[in-house]
Design a protein around this ligand. Structure first.
Ligand code: ZN
Length: 303
């Protein structure tokens, strides 16, 4: 896979912090976004516009978006689950892209967002339409694409069918999310390949959690099959409060190390990511799961 590149989306401020029991100060979140821009991130999932009672960690969505640096070259993504969330996000004037989420199973959908699978897809398509009519972009992520905590295995055919329908809304891309971290590389490779066939030129983004240790391997398998974009969070922060046992996202620094050493450019500067991870460890007051930020640099920097 030499001479290739992938795009990284930094999801630490949203998916990362959503599942932390500690509520991080708005100023620290804004600093995290500034540091992400400094290390090269150009798409950042900054927050979600959901019920603050359900997700108190992100109750400061409006305050945070007001603090975001004004950068024409950076896309700020706000996650929304319905029309009301989309309207809130668009009203800030600072969110460039709406992230919409649909789910493969009715059981997870009802618990996560009060919608069954078909309703969640319809809502996601409406959110993309709202974004487009406001001159922004929308992405659709298919959550629990690799397995559901309540219904078990998810048929690839179901994911392919949802991706095909989602593509009709003209989103920026289709995301495939392993919400509970059960996917394995063989499954990921097949899924990415079949969804790519189904959606033509529409790019594929992948989102993995490292719950069972297969996160990085899944990133590699997805990129090998042509995924254009990879979600990751600083330090491996993250999880989902509505997904039992969900652990952190794939760590940005671990993914960047693996991809860059494998000849795949990410556009991110690893030393900046590592320095930020060390700073954010202090903010959280506990070690973060990522490994590369705890290891000596390799190759050793020139002196
Ligand atoms: Zn996630």
């Amino acid at each position: 896979m030499a001479d290739r590149s992938v795009e990284m989306v930094e999801v630490g401020p949203r998916d990362g912090l959503q599942n932390e029991s500690a509520v991080v100060a708005t100023a620290d979140k804004a600093e995290l976004v500034r540091r992400a821009i400094a290390w090269g991130a150009r798409r950042i999932e900054v927050t979600s516009f959901v019920n603050p009672k359900k997700v108190p960690q992100l109750a400061d969505a409006e305050q945070l978006t007001a603090l975001l640096p004004e950068r024409d070259d950076v896309t700020y993504i706000g996650l929304v689950l319905n029309r009301r969330g989309a309207e809130r996000a668009l009203a800030t004037g600072r969110i460039d892209e709406l992230g919409a989420v649909c789910v493969t199973s009715d059981s997870f959908g009802i618990r996560n967002q009060g919608q069954d699978s078909d309703e969640s897809l319809a809502a996601a398509m409406e959110i993309v339409a709202l974004a487009r009519s406001a001159g922004r972009t929308g992405q659709i992520t298919i959550a629990t694409a690799f397995g559901c905590p309540f219904e078990g295995e998810v048929a690839i055919a179901r994911v392919v069918e949802m991706a095909k329908r989602a593509a009709e809304a003209d989103p920026r891309e289709i995301g495939l999310a392993d919400t509970i971290g059960v996917g394995v590389p063989s499954q990921v490779g097949e899924m990415v390949g079949r969804v790519r066939e189904a959606v033509g030129t529409l790019p594929i983004r992948v989102h993995f959690h490292n719950t069972r240790g297969s996160g990085l391997a899944n990133v590699w398998a997805a990129v090998a099959e042509g995924a254009a974009t990879v979600d990751a969070s600083l330090g491996g922060l993250g999880g989902c409060p509505f997904a039992p046992g969900a652990a952190g996202n794939v760590a940005t620094e671990d993914a960047v190390y693996m991809l860059e050493r494998g000849g795949i450019a990410t556009g991110l500067a690893l030393p900046g990511v590592v320095a930020a991870a060390q700073w954010f460890t202090g903010v959280m007051g506990r070690p973060l799961p990522a490994m590369v930020s705890k290891a000596p640099p390799f190759p050793a920097p020139d002196r």
